[in-house]
Design a protein around this ligand. Structure first.
Ligand code: CMP
Length: 166
């Protein structure tokens, strides 16, 4: 394959006149895929957890990043994770009978994707990043683990679901 301009520069020992980061598309966020500090789980749904339980949960989680306009969840897909928003805003769009409607905008500290996780039904909406967004995916297995330790978490989530459904 052909050598890129930057590789040619490197090989010739020529220093870049400007930082490479500015011209390469980098994923948003400081360290996507990086560990999750237990402090960021200090949000409503996890409030029933003890500090030890929160540390435990955080140890098994990783961050994920999405760029502005990117779909995080698509209506009708199968899924096995809910997402906690660390940074940025997302919009929730529901399509029915050919009409699409924005039903909500969610930001840091909020979560989405819980319905699929609880019911096993396909995703009920499309969730799209409105700007650079950082989330923490929580798999159904991880979520079951938390609920087994502390059932109050399940009540916190089902409370939000009934409000969103109404
Ligand atoms: P889920 O069905 O797994 O995937 C789409 C997500 O969008 C859904 O879970 C909720 O988290 C969210 N969602 C669906 N409908 C609404 C609504 N009316 N208000 C806010 N969020 C919603």
């Amino acid at each position: 394959t052909e050598e890129s301009f930057l590789e040619k520069m490197d090989r010739a020992g020529i220093e870049h006149a400007y930082p490479v980061r500015q011209i390469r598309r980098e994923p948003p966020g400081p360290d996507p895929g990086s560990p999750v500090d237990a402090a960021v789980l200090d949000i409503d749904i996890f409030s029933p957890l003890t500090t030890a339980e929160r540390d435990n949960l955080a140890a098994g989680l990783r961050r994920a990043a999405f760029g502005s306009g990117e779909e995080i969840i698509r209506q009708g897909d199968r899924g096995d994770s809910l997402f906690v928003i660390l940074r940025g805003r997302v919009e929730v769009r529901v399509a029915s009978e050919g009409q699409e409607e924005i039903v909500d905008t969610l930001g840091a500290g909020s979560f989405f994707g819980e319905m699929c996780l609880l019911t096993g039904a396909p995703r009920s909406a499309t969730v799209r990043a409105l700007e650079d967004v950082e989330v923490v995916p929580v798999t159904v297995e991880a979520f079951r683990g938390i609920v087994a330790q502390n059932p109050a978490v399940l009540e916190a989530v089902t409370g939000v679901v009934s409000r969103r459904r109404s």
